[in-house]
Design a protein around this ligand. Structure first.
Ligand code: BG6
Length: 460
């Protein structure tokens, strides 16, 4: 039977999750910035729920991996908790943590699910944040030490690695807009943090390529910034937004250099980061093998209605305003725009301007508040999520037909999980989780996804 939408052979069907959001067992690891922030300001978290309340993957990974297999996963992206593996941030590894990650990786492989492992998903060990976190260049060496230990311990079985998930998010959250610890608002520091992250990334890539065989990449939340109009002022606004929020990571990761116009702009406003001799060469020589693309929603951008006060502190949004485009389609259960074609535009951009780098959708998903309202006969009938995934897959299919090197699709996320300040507000999983009993129940989308994965595609 020929399907309307069939995908290339060996397409990666799966989902993504992160350590802090799923593992639990916080008493068996040292603290991250999340544990610390929650202890000091619990009211900043939705319904006061902190990172110790999770879906308990630490104890239930066998059941979860069995469920992954049952719904057709052939790949799964997880992250390692740096604070669990190396309690002091640098130095000695914790043997229980090694055993845990070995068991998870072995269990995945036993079920023919290829593990994709990410090193850093927003969870800076507190011990290192106390030394300045990514503001401090010395933390780069700690990261490289951690990466090397992870590669040494698990690299015999893990052949697909990622350094960072969405590195812009700790920059925005922690240093610009106050939604991650350390809650600093300072663009100069933000730019330094972003820069150090990319140096840490390139050093880990260099090390991996020198000593290990497999692929290494980075996961970026590429968010197309569409201008309100073709008016040059709107175009300029969207271009600058793209420079700050996409290209400050995408260009060094894939091309090995920062965009010239970003450097010029930062130099004009005296906001260039401090660099060291050899950095440019390091970036140039250590580009990624593979790019993970997280896509949820686009950004609509317009020129500013009012010029910023030149005495106010420099911020990226001196140069653009967000634009609430009339008539845009919204997710009524989460509040984000849904624009499926964005996924295609991203891939075409990678093909045309980034050497058609091998990529995959490493996160895409639909958050829903109070999802229990959709329970019928004991399971969540999430037809809206099936539509959401299907419409995105259609655009991805078109991109592949047009020659984009897209290797797979991962949903965010496998089972409902804790999500930073939003805690359990928005549910995204193929499985719902009863947090009191820890019972997992497949949603309708899970059985739909199983068919898609088994047939390697779908009919309309
Ligand atoms: C992604 C992050 O950007 O968004 C995840 O990588 C996060 O860690 C997800 O959980 C959903 O966010 P939210 O705020 O809708 O729960």
């Amino acid at each position: 039977m020929t399907l309307h939408y069939s995908f290339p052979k060996d397409f990666w069907w799966g989902s993504a999750a992160s350590a802090t959001q799923t593992e639990g067992a916080t008493n068996k690891k040292s603290k991250t910035i999340w544990d610390h922030w929650y202890e000091t300001e619990p009211n900043r978290f939705f319904e006061g729920v902190g990172p110790e309340v999770t879906s308990d993957f630490y104890n239930r990974y066998k059941e979860d991996i069995k469920n992954m297999k049952a719904i057709g996963h052939n790949t799964f992206r997880m992250s390692i908790s740096w604070a669990r593996l190396i309690p002091n941030g640098v130095g000695k590894v914790d043997q229980d943590a090694v055993n845990f990650y070995n068991d998870v990786i072995d269990e995945l492989i036993k079920h023919d699910i290829e593990p994709f492992v990410n090193l850093f998903h927003f969870d800076m060990p507190l011990a290192l944040q106390e030394k300045g976190g990514w503001e401090n260049r010395e933390v780069i060496d700690a990261f490289v030490d951690y990466a090397e230990k992870a590669f040494d311990l698990f690299g015999d079985r893990v052949k697909t690695w990622f350094t960072f998930n969405e590195p812009i998010v700790p920059v925005e959250g922690g240093y610009l807009y106050d939604f991650h610890y350390p809650n600093i608002v300072d663009a100069k520091k933000a730019i330094q943090v972003a820069y150090h992250t990319m140096i840490a990334h390139a050093k880990a890539v260099e090390l991996y390529h020198a000593r290990f065989d497999g692929k290494i990449g980075i996961v970026l939340n590429l968010t197309p910034s569409y201008p309100r109009s073709q008016n040059p002022k709107d175009l300029k606004a969207s271009h600058i937004c793209d420079l700050f929020f996409n290209r400050s990571f995408l260009d060094p990761a894939v091309k090995g250099e920062y965009p010239e116009d970003l450097i010029q702009l930062l130099s004009e406003y005296d906001h260039l980061p401090t660099t060291e001799k050899g950095d440019a060469e390091l970036l140039k020589n250590n580009t990624v093998d593979l790019l993970g693309v997280n896509y949820y929603q686009p950004r609509r951008v317009k020129a500013k209605d009012y010029l910023p006060n030149p005495n106010s502190p420099f911020m990226p949004d001196w140069f653009f305003d967000n634009y609430e485009m009339p008539g845009r389609k919204m997710n009524p259960y989460r509040g984000w725009e849904i624009y499926e074609k964005g996924i295609y535009d991203i891939m075409i951009n990678l093909k045309e301007n980034y050497g058609n780098i091998e990529s995959f959708i490493s996160e895409n998903g639909m958050g829903v508040q109070n999802e229990e309202r959709f329970i019928e006969n004991g399971r969540i009938e999430d037809d809206y999520r099936i539509d959401f995934i299907k419409e995105h897959l259609k655009w991805l299919h078109k991109a592949i037909q047009e020659g984009c090197q897209v290797k797979g699709y991962h949903l965010w996320t496998f089972m409902d999980n804790w999500s930073w300040m939003n805690a359990y507000k928005n549910r995204y999983g193929f499985f719902s989780v009863n947090l009191e009993t820890q019972e997992r129940t497949a949603k309708k989308s899970a059985s739909w996804f199983k068919d898609v994965s088994e047939q390697n595609g779908f009919n309309d």
